[in-house]
Design a protein. Structure first.
Length: 341
């Protein structure tokens, strides 16, 4: 027996009324065979007019703001413009099963099928959403809480005199999550030194975080950084997509600093009080990051200099002896460097 949605027809008034998205009060009887269940990112469900499709959406991530329904309309049904309508019901009772064909539910959406190959309906989960529509996409004016799922979707005739062949046409429905404009980001070190004296500090967009701590951020580009007392700083930009839960694995470079010291002929050089042999350049690869002192002794000349070595740094130290000669005669102010005549 055909289900006819009875509407009082006068000129084009029903078309205008049906093209409005409205909240309908009170429970209605919904009858039909359950053709299948549509789940987010699952296979599309095929169904015929007057059959029912169940929409499910659990589990719901904290990043999910709603659900988008995509329906494909066969060419034959497009010819019967203004003859069929898409309806969505919530508060469905009892829970839909393949065996049952009679339900009650609150009609939450109703619209005539358009004369195009597809239509889209976005279902927000909360009232303070940022979900928008366009010329091809409707947004329910009243949100549907995930607790009100499952929903029932059906396509019913709104006119009499439709041939039986139209009721054998196949439509398809699929759903995808609508993500909020946020995701999560956490940092992980793949090669920790396990040295209790190592100091490691992690940052996301300049905010200090613990290693492994989950930070909820807006979708887009973010700067991450790892500082270590025994390794070089690691810094990079990462991109977060809406709804993405990203763990960034970072590898620290624990290579020891490389220090090259030149030893002039006849000079004695001490590194942290320990003499180095020469002459010529001496490369010390086992120096630790931190504060150090180099001392040059050349005859009566004794010069010392403190310096800081960072993790993985490459430093060259040379003894530079400069002789400055100034002409202090008034009005000249000439300066002569070493070797000038």
């Amino acid at each position: 027996m055909r289900q006819i949605l009875k509407i009082k027809v006068k000129n084009f008034v029903p078309l205008l009324l049906l093209c409005m998205i409205a909240q309908f009060a009170g429970a209605e009887n919904v009858r039909g065979k359950v053709a299948g269940t549509a789940v987010p990112n699952g296979e599309p469900v095929s169904f015929k007019p007057e059959e029912l499709v169940v929409l499910r959406t659990e589990p719901v991530s904290r990043f999910q703001g709603g659900l988008e329904l995509r329906m494909q309309i066969p060419p034959s049904l497009r010819r019967y413009q203004n003859s069929f309508a898409l309806l969505i019901y919530r508060d469905v009772d009892p829970v839909p099963t393949p065996e049952n064909r009679s339900y009650s539910g609150t009609r939450t959406y109703m619209r005539l099928l358009p004369g195009r190959e597809g239509m889209y309906v976005r279902i927000p989960f909360t009232a303070n959403h940022q979900i928008t529509g366009d010329a091809l996409t409707d947004v329910l004016p009243v949100p549907v809480d995930p607790g009100e799922f499952p929903l029932i979707v059906t396509v019913l005739p709104v006119m009499k005199g439709i041939p039986d062949s139209a009721f054998r046409e196949i439509l398809t429905i699929g759903t995808t999550p609508i993500w909020k404009n946020e995701g999560s980001l956490s940092l992980n070190i793949t090669n920790p030194s396990d040295d209790p004296e190592e100091l490691i500090t992690a940052y996301i967009d300049g905010q200090e975080v613990e290693i492994g701590e989950i930070l909820y951020v807006e979708a887009g580009l973010h700067r991450v950084r790892i500082d270590s007392s025994q390794a070089q700083t690691v810094e990079k930009m990462v991109a977060i997509e809406p709804g993405e839960q990203l763990i960034v694995d970072l590898k620290l470079d624990y290579r020891l600093p490389e220090l090259t010291i030149s030893i002039p002929e006849g000079a004695v050089v001490l590194l942290d009080g320990e003499p180095l042999s020469g002459p010529g350049p001496i490369t010390a690869v086992d120096i630790r990051p931190g504060e150090h002192t180099v001392t040059y002794r050349l005859g009566e000349l004794d010069v010392s200099r403190a310096f800081t070595v960072g993790p993985g740094a490459k430093i060259s130290i040379d003894l530079v002896i400069e002789i400055d000669i100034f002409d202090l005669q008034e009005g000249t102010g000439n300066q002569y460097g070493a070797g000038d005549g």
